[in-house]
Write a protein that binds this ligand. Sequence first.
Ligand code: RB5
Length: 150
Amino acid sequence: MFDKKLEIPIASDHGGFELKQFLIDQLSGSGYHLVDMGTFGTESVDYPDFIHPLAKAINDEKYNLGIIICGSGQGASMTANKYPNVRAALLWDEEQAKLTRQHNNANIVSLPGRFIDEDLAVKIVEAFLNEDFEGGRHLTRVNKMSEVLK
Ligand code: RB5
C-alpha cells in the first residue's frame, strides 16, 4: 500500500494538461499529495522542459514515484528514461501498471493523455502507486538494465 504521506510529483505538456488537472483533483480528493510541476496551461510547450525536472527529482531520490503525461506518453517516457535511476513505464491498463511495479520496479508512470479516458487513468495510477516491487530474480534483471554493451 502506498504511504499517502509521501509526495508524488506530476508533470505534463499541453497534450497531457487536462488529464494532469483531473488527476490532481481526483487523487488529492483521495488523500494523495501531488506536487504539480507544470505545465500550467494549454498553450503548446516542449515536453522535455517539464519532464526533465521531474525525472531529475526521481533520479536524485527526492521522490519515490512520479507521474508524467504527454499526448502519446511516448516523448515523456523517452525523456525520463535518459536518467540512470529512472524506469519510466508507458501504461495503458491496470494490469500492466501492477506488473511493471512488481517486475520492473518502475518509478514513473507515463500516460498517453490523448488516448485514455480519465477514469482509466485514475485506475492505472492507483494500481501503479499501490503495488510493490517483488525483488528476487526481478532485482537481478533490473540491475542488468544498466549493463549496456560497448
Ligand atoms: C504534442 O503535440 C505531442 O507531440 C506530445 O504531447 C507527445 O505526444 C510527444 O510524444
